[in-house]
Ligand binder design. Structure first.
Ligand code: TXA
Ligand code: MG
Length: 350
């Protein structure tokens, strides 16, 4: 299939192109589109065949449920007949924005969209192109991140093109995304609201709105006998092609450990890479050294993470080391994704 690529400027939206994209969805096709978090691979959330096509295009296991994207609050009632007060409170505080809520699903939502679950994930993105597109598409767009399964989520249309060209009808190119990490997921279906995936909206902010919130204990460290509550969290997502390990410890010790390993690999002809920070990169001797940004600037670290992982792939780096980052606030989401990318391979230097 030929994939049409349409560049759309958020400041001056081409509504004819948006209508064409919406028609593709309403006719059962797929369109990749920008959101403020990462690019999504959209299909009609209310059609089982569209969700099947999404799984096929991504190469994703079909027990991994999709997030349904809406553009206005009232549309939530089509997806769920049991919308708790807490959903309205969170919506008033964070929608449109990078927060996904899990609610009991209505009959309108096919099990193919929810991976067989009786619950549905719902998000109202803030990106202007995304919202215009969702409306043109009929209001309910199921969309996982627009990457092939196992690759880092796309933060730019060029990565959607790399992963999905020839597999879907259209890619909307809205440039680089703002946040660069997927939305925070909050489950509102049990007694106590629970965060299943950390993101830009931190647990503290959710707690301020709801009074209390707990976190899925498997969210950061899944043990072999545990099953995460967000089914997608069990997969080794965001994985670069090479081998990545995260090194914890004092700067000096971390840098010298990484440099020693890189030297050994270099002697064997193996290409090495490092994810450091503005404060440290000049001290690394790997073949490819990238800075995630300044340690004090978590927004930049979040925005660069997936891009760096993809670039290491493009440069055929075989062994990678990353410094660890502060895991407070947005840092929790950064470390969550980094740990997953590394398959939880962690080295602690005493
Ligand atoms: O920021 C985002 O959320 C992006 C953009 C495109 O909106 N989307 C995204 O989708 O990250 P995806 O499919 O890559 O991740 C969806 C996550 C998975 O971990 C999935 O298991 C979880 O949401 N999820 C979806 N429905 C669920 C449900 N009913 N119960 C628990 N977890 C659910
Ligand atoms: Mg994903």
């Amino acid at each position: 299939m030929e994939t049409e690529i349409v560049v759309i400027d958020e400041q001056n939206i081409d509504y004819d192109a948006i209508q064409r994209a919406g028609t593709i969805i309403r006719e059962g096709g797929l369109v990749a589109f920008p959101t403020e978090t990462v690019y999504g691979l959209g299909g009609d959330a209310l059609r089982a065949e569209s969700s099947e096509k999404i799984y096929a295009a991504k190469g994703r296991p079909s027990d991994n449920p999709l997030i349904v994207h809406i553009s206005k609050w009232d549309d939530i009632y089509k997806l769920s007949e049991e919308v708790p007060e807490s959903a309205k409170l969170l919506s008033d505080a964070f929608w449109p924005g990078p927060l996904t809520m899990i609610l009991k699903k209505s009959e309108a939502v096919p099990y193919k969209t929810t991976g067989g679950l009786d619950t549905v994930a719902i998000r109202m993105p803030s990106d202007k192109i995304a919202r215009a597109f969702i409306e043109a598409a009929g209001g309910y767009v199921a969309a996982p991140s627009a990457n092939r399964s196992g690759r880092p989520s796309p933060t730019d249309a060029k990565y959607c093109i790399e992963d999905l060209s020839g597999r879907i009808e259209m890619i909307i190119d809205g440039g680089e995304v703002d946040i660069g990490l997927e939305s925070t997921i909050v489950d509102l279906t049990s007694d106590k609201p629970m965060i299943l995936r950390p993101g830009f909206i931190t647990p503290d902010r959710v707690k301020k709105v709801l009074g209390s919130v707990c976190e899925d204990e498997t969210m950061m460290h899944v043990l072999p006998d545990q099953t995460p509550k967000a089914p997608g969290m069990k997969y080794r997502h965001y994985a670069p092609k090479g081998d990545l390990a995260i090194v914890y410890g004092e700067d000096k010790a971390v840098i010298s450990y990484i440099n020693d390993r890189c030297k050994e690999y270099k002697e064997k002809g193996i290409k090495t890479g490092v994810i450091g920070t503005d404060e440290t990169i000049s001290r690394y001797k790997a073949d490819v050294v990238k800075s995630a940004g300044s340690r004090t600037d978590e927004k930049t670290i979040a925005a660069r993470l997936y891009k760096m992982l993809r670039e290491f792939d493009d440069e055929d780096v075989q062994i990678m080391y990353s410094e660890s980052f502060d895991s407070q606030g947005l840092g929790q989401a950064i470390m969550n994704r980094l740990l997953k990318a590394a398959g939880h391979k962690v080295i602690e230097i005493k």
